[in-house]
Design a protein around this ligand. Sequence first.
Ligand code: COA
Length: 160
Amino acid sequence: MSLRIAVYPGSFDPVTCGHLDIIHRAAKQFDKLIVAVLNNTAKNALFTLEERQQLLRQVTGHLPNVEVDGFRDLLVNYMTHKKAHVIVRGLRAVSDFEYELQMASANQKLNPDVETFFMMTNPKYSYLSSSIVKELAKFHGDVSDFVPDEVAEALRGKFG
Ligand code: COA
């Protein structure tokens, strides 16, 4: 039987507790979960691709079936390369729905073998985004409830 491999793609600039909640829960549903960090030139990233991957490895190191990788390709092409058929995405609020529907439909059109699985983000984190965390950190706000310790430390490194 083939392995059930899922990909959780995103910018992860940086990974937050909301992302981590999805990673923990999705890892239980698949044989292997690849957290794939997009090298997205459209977004002005605070952390480099390598830094984002490194942080993800630090906070998921205890999950044996989670792998962290980077990609700069079309997601469906990357998935073919990884022999993965499932995309995992977290839905935080109704406002995420339209964008996610568009992406899922486009990906399905590009490769009908690819399915997108949506998971409801823990309501504790429904308002959270990487941008909010960066904004807080920039003005020396307390981010300890929103990101793992390793990420809070890395943010202090960026903003002093
Ligand atoms: N908890 C907390 N925050 C969350 C979250 C959760 N569960 N889920 C999403 N977010 C936040 C992210 O932090 C991010 O916040 P930011 O905008 O402040 O950085 C925002 O929601 C959405 O970002 P993300 O989930 O990283 O998605 P994205 O829009 O940056 O990237 C990809 C989406 C990577 C899946 C998509 O762009 C892609 O597949 N690109 C590859 C090229 C491609 O194939 N394009 C065609 C797609 S049809």
